[in-house]
Ligand binder design. Structure first.
Ligand SMILES: [Zn+2]
Ligand SMILES: [Zn+2]
Length: 201
């Protein structure tokens, strides 16, 4: 896939076309290039600490980063710092090196003034905005020189202390649903999932 194809596929995964997920894709691809690595195929390769928070605009950034880097919620190789920022640190676990990439607002006035963002500000969901208007804002990001939309830090040493993956599932003795063995709790002589056990965690 070339970069534009990665972007198109990322929008399919994300659910709509938007500038913030495009920044995420562009930033994710730049981080892979800086580290000289490929998209993570397993959780052994890369780890991402992404700085978005909850319930704020432009969180869509994270879907672009996940799609481009292969650091995903399901693999457990991405975590949220919760700072409300469009930035992340990508760690190459094998070489113990990392790079931080953040959104640089060199074209942000063009984005703010776009028909897309005016509608978003009025509460129109992105799925109800014409595709051409969304694409116009994506192109502002995609066609800009890299240093106007991304700030790329130096590749630095990042010691990685691996936590091995815990294998094994077994059914809860109460509800019968499968649970990772690490999450079973002992209640008398039975092994239960956390909600059935009554324990908080
Ligand atoms: Zn979006
Ligand atoms: Zn249960």
């Amino acid at each position: 896939m070339n970069d534009r194809e990665v972007l198109t596929s990322a929008f399919k995964f994300h659910g709509h076309i938007c500038w913030a997920s495009a920044v995420g894709v562009r930033a994710g691809l730049a981080a892979l290039r800086e580290l000289g690595v490929r998209r993570a195929g397993s959780s052994a390769d890369l780890h991402c600490i992404i700085e978005i928070g909850n319930n704020h605009g432009a969180q869509c950034f994270a879907d672009g980063v996940q799609y481009a880097t292969g650091c995903t919620f399901g693999k457990g190789n991405i975590e949220k710092a919760g700072w409300g920022k469009l930035a992340f640190t990508l760690i190459d676990k094998r070489k113990e090196r990392a790079v931080r990439v953040s959104y640089r607002p060199g074209r942000h006035n063009l984005i703010s003034q776009s028909a897309f963002m005016k509608k978003r500000a009025l509460g129109v969901p992105p799925t109800e905005i014409p595709e051409e208007e969304a694409q116009e804002v994506v192109n502002i990001i995609w066609d800009a020189p890299e240093d106007e939309v991304l700030s790329i830090g130096e590749v630095k040493a990042y010691p990685w202390e691996g936590h091995g993956e815990i294998m094994g599932l077994r059914p809860c003795d109460n509800c019968g649903e499968m649970v990772s063995v690490a999450y079973l709790r002992v209640v008398g002589d039975r092994h239960m999932c956390i909600p059935c056990s009554g324990y908080c965690q």
